[in-house]
Design a protein around this ligand. Sequence first.
Ligand code: FES
Length: 609
Amino acid sequence: MAGHVVDFEPIGRRGEISDGQSILEAARRLGVDLVNLCGGGGTCGRCKVQVLTGRVSDPTASELEHLAQTDLDKGWRLACQTRPLADCKVHVPPESLTAPQRTQVEGLEVEVEPDPVVVACSVELSAPCLSDLRADADRLLEALGDKQDSSCQRIDIEVLRALSPGLRSWGWKAMASVRDGEIVAVGPPEGRRLGLAVDLGTTKMAAYLVDLGNGTTVASRGAMNPQIAYGEDLIARLSRAMESPEEGARLQRLVVDGLNGMAAGLCEETEAHPEEIVETVIVGNTAMHHLLLRLAVDQLAMAPYVSAISVPHDVKARDIGLRLAPGAYVHLLPNIAGYVGSDHVAMMLATGLSEASRVTLALDIGTNTEVCLVSEGALCSVSCASGPAFEGAQIKHGMRAANGAIERVRLADGKVEYQTIGGAEPTGICGSGILDAVAQLYLSGLLNRGGRMDLQPGVRENGDQREFVLVPEEEGGERPAITITQKDVRQIQLAKGAIRTGIQVLLESKGLTEGDIEEVIIAGAFGTYIDVGNAIALGMLPSLPQDRFRQVGNAAGRGAVLALLSRAKRREAHAMARKVGYIELAGSPDFMNIFTQSMYLGPYREEEE
Ligand code: FES
């Protein structure tokens, strides 16, 4: 088959692709991380590249929609829509690359007495001789039987394969890691017993390396979920996996490679070895959970959105491709419903929601926002399709929270004040900045309650819509202006409206009003950085005194650590998942009315004149 060489500059990656493949497909093959918020669907307009040399296909309808004729004339194209017809050189501007993102690993510190499911047992064995011809494994099992109350009768096959040479090289002294009567690792007597806890998000992953002996987190790190190259939202990922078993396998490998890389990095930082990781707990939304286990996802992507499994599940780490201790298990906490996954359970565990005595609302804001209301000891959750707008997707100058992203906006006396991540030159605006900007425009009277932008100083007409100029062209040098458009405001209304709908449905299901809420817990990376006052001003969060709000960082990650360290906490998570109620928003009788009210800017009201 005829192929063409594509050369990506200034990254310096080049390689051959088949005839008919797009520039985005070439980028994926060559490991160039192009932004592709819509997964290559031609709708987000974010995969812009400039074709410097070489013939390419004619512009598609979506390129004509997203690119001005003057830009097309200069070679600017959408990578997902453009197919090389000859060898090409392609320029990738910085804003089209998925820059490393600010990831959140810090969260609540919750003390727990270490009582992990894997126990360590040091043994000293007698060497075989003519009067003692017991097999090596029998010798080990008997020694362990003498030391432990519980019987230990099984040895993982990979552990068994390495046992005989190991015992001899360690002089018949060893440390065995035993899990529910099965030996999952045997190492030298001075070896460490480590655990790995992972919060596997759609956009970001956070991993924690934990000493199972003393309960300390010895290292942690965050990274982007590498599946992002296949679309930023859940639906794009699920659709990709549904295309063919090979695509599902590709997505799974990507995330497993990412997790192996994180585990190796954490171990290197602490002079440990991945083989010392004897237990892992992974939490994530139901889609991430299913893709990791390579479960069927068709039924998850289509109404009535049923998961393949919701009960807790153990799987050998090696069976999903993780390179840890030879017999280590991965424990997956339970899911609650199709779109309420084990990350929500972990968040509830870390925040102690099941013991809350006050009326408490807990939110984990993301592409999908889960909200839980606790009242009179009963827990009830909903899942809100808040969409990727708060990740910067579907926003004209939106970007993820990376260097140069505007993260704070204030309008004072008609002047715009903004702050960027890292203090860098502004290159776009991330979720917290967009939320601030829309709230400030509303509070300044430039947006009415319905979200319509008034033509006042600072607002201009651009084509068929109005936009507010945050950073004018002159300040950005060669770069275009950074603006908030009327369409951006609509996206934020949809996102905040979805979240507020979830809150209202929960409140109404219990006959409560927002004033009854005594505490609001906001979890997750985005929730950590939002300005609560502006979120209240928009009506996304309830109008309550700010001292009732608590921003707790990555609570799901902390919950995973707790379930790793403590059998009691693991049981508590299992019990909580069984007892939490779930409301399917679309099935709620007043859903449409509540959603309509929630879309208005400003405090939530029952009646709109
Ligand atoms: S328009 Fe190309 S990835 Fe979205």
